[in-house]
Design a protein around this ligand. Structure first.
Ligand SMILES: [Zn+2]
Length: 267
């Protein structure tokens, strides 16, 4: 079955999001017959229209953590997924803060929106659930939102999404055997920002996991100035793993990538 990702945005960091220097709608993964919106930040609905993705056909929504660039459009996405609240359908997966709130956070999905879903689940690192035939496993992160998650999507192929956060020792174990790896890389080489990943850390993780393709996204302003394409090239040189920098509206067709190699799999 086909597998693709459409990027509704590649923004990371407050300035890039505030100014919409890059868009911030998260991404939509189509895999083994499921269509899952991940981290629908500001403008997700606008980008769905712009890039021609019908959100009424979503089967799942995932919100990795309680930062607004990952959740602001989540309730509207649920309204789309439920045919304007008329059908009880779709599965929501969130971390504890997203659904229950915490000392520093309020829940970002209302009880009404939880009720109209087919099902919702709170995952903790190591927890797993299913959307259709896809197994979804939550992975830990080292991020300011301390319950933030990454995910592994296991179906006919395996995709790892690291979520927000800096590299930590042993992170690679959670993504072992992933065919593809998607990383939020806020900063370029040699620019550190605690609890966020930079290019050096991304290269380390990619080099240890050795997927057949790595994709970087979620760029802050310094990263954009450094040029994400150049950073991706550097990672590729360091690790020997094909690495690309996502652009807004990019669609990656993984089937074409594995059959035909480069150049024919990006729209
Ligand atoms: Zn965050």
């Amino acid at each position: 079955m086909g597998m693709n990702i459409t990027f509704f945005g590649t923004a990371g960091g407050r300035i890039v999001i505030m100014t919409q220097t890059r868009a911030s709608g998260g991404f939509v993964l189509e895999m083994d017959g499921e269509r899952i919106h991940v981290d629908p930040g500001p403008g997700a609905l606008v980008r769905a229209k712009q890039y021609g993705v019908n959100l009424r056909k979503l089967t799942g929504l995932i919100v990795s953590h309680c930062h607004p660039d990952h959740y602001t459009d989540a309730e509207m996405v649920i309204e789309s997924m439920t045919e304007g609240t008329r059908k009880k359908r779709g599965i929501l997966i969130g971390n504890e803060h997203v659904i229950k709130g915490g000392d520093e956070y309020r829940p970002v999905i209302s009880p009404f929106h939880l009720r109209i879903l087919e099902r919702y689940e709170i995952l903790k690192p190591g927890g797993k659930t299913k959307i259709g035939n896809l197994e979804i496993i939550a992975t830990p992160t080292k991020h300011g939102e301390e319950k933030a998650l990454g995910f592994v999507f296991k179906g006919s192929k395996t995709l790892g999404y690291c979520g927000d956060g800096e590299y930590f020792k042993g992170q690679e174990k959670h993504f072992e055997g992933c065919d593809y790896l998607l990383l939020n890389v806020l900063r370029p080489r040699n620019v550190k920002w605690p609890e966020h990943m930079n290019t050096n850390q991304a290269a380390k993780l990619i080099g240890l996991v050795k997927p057949s393709l790595a994709i970087i996204q979620h760029f802050g302003m310094i990263m954009l100035k450094a040029n994400p394409e150049k950073e991706a090239k550097w990672i590729e040189k360091e690790t020997g793993v094909k690495t690309i920098a996502a652009r807004d509206g990019m669609r990656i067709d993984f089937e074409k990538f594995s059959k035909h190699g480069l150049n024919k799999w990006i729209k």
